[in-house]
Structure formats: structure tokens, C-alpha cells
Design a protein around this ligand. Structure first.
Ligand code: ZN
Length: 341
């Protein structure tokens, strides 16, 4: 069976992709040159070492350092539009039909932009990208763990205006070790009141109890990663009983040393145990990975069968925060692709 071809031909969704982790390296160089932004080198191959981990990374902190240069070139509307548009073009080549793009708007106001400008620039590119590349999308606004709950509440208030008009959800991202989810409870209560969907990074770096906390205290409908659920059987059972989707990103988990190697990732075990598993990229540039690469790894290193692939793609469609109309489009595209597999 030609898995490579099957993976390529299946229409897919990516529910966990950070915009600032998925820039084309050449775009960063281009913008830096044009806007006199200091970068260590203009030579592409050499520059890539500063924005990709290539599997060599000591910790999540090391991994997060790779976002520094991308964020520097994401400080005006034109660049944010370009970067969002290029991401949609790139994923269209992997036959991704729907993507939830996440980022923290407050990381992009260093040169005078308002958070509203940041969100609007991305939404504009997403609207155009749907027509141009046939990729539907929604934004997920990330609150950052190390920021105050007031900052997270401000984000929710700002994002409210765009809810259902390009913004679908809120997330909590960043250093999970030092900042437990409950710090931001008030902001996520507010988000729930306003009707945001909610997904939270939890159980990515060893603290499996953050998974249940995120669901019960912060109203998470999905969990970003959730890798460490296996440390406590009760957490696995909890996820299974409630059918909470996990946004799994295997290459990223290896890069951050959350998991030793592809073969040790718990994704297949979770799938076989009846958990709702989805497959995503996290950071296409930092982790040097595309969605098709991720699926190919699963076939090669985790013995994913055709049924497994079909299941996780379908899980992704159903777990997405797309509107019912868009979900119907995705379901039809998926069914049609199965007929000719
Ligand atoms: Zn993430």
C-alpha cells in the first residue's frame, strides 16, 4: 500500500499550528533586510539553525527561543498578512483543507500595532486564503501563562469582537512548569461566558494533572498535546469517558524532549484505547515538519494502519471549531476522497 500517496491525497485538518512557529525562513530574512532588523546571517542554510531545532534541543525553553526572530518580523499588518497567507499556501500543498492558526496577539504590539490590528491582518489573509488556496481557517488566540490574568482577560475582551468572524477560540500557552492553569481561571470563565471555544496546552511537559484542571477549571473542550496523560490512569480514563480530543504533535514532543523518540510516543496507545486523537504540526518551521511528514512518521514508527489514519483525520474534522457549514464541506471532501483511495 502506497501510504505516502494515501496521506497526500486525503484532505486533512490541522488543529494545532502556531503562526509564529511556522514562518518561511526566507521570509524572515527578506523582511529583516527590508526593515533593518538585526539577524545573525542572511545565508538561508545558516539562518535556518536559528529558527529550526533540527532535533537538537535541550528543553521546552530552548525550543521557545526559536520564536524570537520570527516575532521580530511580525510587528506590522503587512508582514502578518504575508506570513499568514504564506502559511495557508504552504499547507495547501499538503492538502490541508482546514487549519486553526494560533498566536498571541500581544507578542506583536512591540512597534505600535494594536492587538486588534494584529488579529485583523491575520483574518484578512485567512479570508483571501480561502479563495486563493482553498484552505478554510479559524484563529485561536493564545493567552500566555507567564502573563497576568488581567492580560488574559484583556485578550478575551478584544477577541470578542471577532468571535465567529475569524476567531473561534482561546488557548493558554507557554511555560507549563511554572504557571499552572488555575492562575488564568477568571479569563477563561469570561471566554466561556462570551461563547469562545477553548483549548489549552496541558500535559505537554510532564504535569498530567494540568489536563483535568484545564478541562474542569478553564473549560477546555480539547487539550493541546496531553502527552503525559499516561502517567495517571485516572487521567486517561477521564479523557476517554468524556471523549475529549487531544491535539497531538509528535515531532514537537520529541524536539522538546517530552518524548524520547517517535516509537515511544503514546499516540497509538491512546488511539487503541479509544481516546479521541488528532494529528497536528504545532510549529512547521521550528520542528521542520509538515502535516504529511507527521502522518508518514506515524506509519513508519508507530505502525499506523489505513484505518488509524482515516480515524484520526475524521477525529480532526469532528473536533474542529469550524462552523457546522464548514464542517459539512470537510466531511464531504473526506468522504469523496475515501471513495477513490
Ligand atoms: Zn502548541
Amino acid at each position: 500500500m502506497d501510504y505516502n500517496k494515501i496521506i497526500k491525497n486525503l484532505p486533512k485538518v490541522d488543529l494545532h499550528c502556531h503562526l509564529d512557529g511556522s514562518l518561511r525562513p526566507q521570509t524572515i530574512i527578506d523582511i529583516a533586510v527590508k526593515e533593518n532588523i538585526d539577524i545573525p546571517t542572511k545565508e538561508l542554510k545558516e539562518f535556518e539553525k536559528y529558527v529550526k531545532v533540527f532535533g537538537e534541543c535541550d528543553s521546552l525553553k530552548d525550543y521557545l527561543d526559536k520564536f524570537e526572530l520570527p516575532i521580530k518580523v511580525m510587528q506590522n499588518k503587512k508582514n502578518i498578512y504575508r506570513i499568514t497567507s504564506e502559511l495557508l499556501e504552504d499547507v495547501s500543498k499538503d492538502n490541508v483543507k482546514y487549519i486553526e492558526i494560533r498566536f498571541a496577539p500581544f507578542n506583536h504590539i512591540q512597534k505600535g500595532l494594536k492587538a486588534e490590528d494584529v488579529i485583523e491582518a491575520a483574518i484578512e489573509a485567512m479570508k483571501d486564503g480561502r479563495k486563493k488556496y482553498g484552505v478554510m481557517s479559524n484563529l485561536i488566540l493564545c493567552a500566555m501563562r507567564h502573563e497576568s490574568v488581567e492580560s488574559s482577560k484583556r485578550l478575551v475582551e478584544i477577541g470578542k469582537k471577532y468571535l465567529g468572524k475569524g476567531v473561534a477560540a482561546v488557548d493558554l500557552a507557554g511555560n507549563e512548569h511554572d504557571f499552572p492553569p488555575e492562575i488564568h481561571k477568571e479569563a477563561f470563565d469570561l471566554a466561556q461566558k462570551y461563547g469562545f471555544h477553548c483549548t489549552i496546552h496541558a500535559g505537554e511537559t510532564g504535569i498530567e494533572q494540568n489536563i483535568i484542571k484545564s478541562i474542569e477549571m478553564l473549560h477546555a473542550e480539547r487539550i493541546g498535546h496531553g502527552v503525559y496523560a499516561f502517567k495517571d490512569e485516572k487521567v486517561v480514563k477521564y479523557l476517554k469517558d468524556r471523549q475529549i480530543p487531544l491535539e497531538m504533535c509528535i515531532t514537537s514532543n520529541i524536539d522538546t524532549k517530552a518524548v524520547k523518540d517517535y516509537e515511544f510516543h503514546p499516540i497509538k496507545k491512546y488511539l487503541d484505547e479509544g481516546l479521541v486523537v488528532t494529528v497536528n504540526t504545532d510549529n512547521m518551521t521550528v520542528s521542520n515538519v509538515s502535516l504529511n511528514d507527521e502522518f508518514n512518521h506515524l506509519v513508519k514508527e508507530q505502525n499506523f494502519t489505513l484505518e488509524d489514519i482515516k480515524k484520526v483525520v475524521k477525529n480532526g474534522i469532528e473536533a474542529s471549531f469550524a462552523s457546522e457549514d464548514d464542517k459539512d464541506i470537510l466531511r464531504k471532501q473526506y468522504e469523496k476522497a475515501l471513495e477513490i483511495l
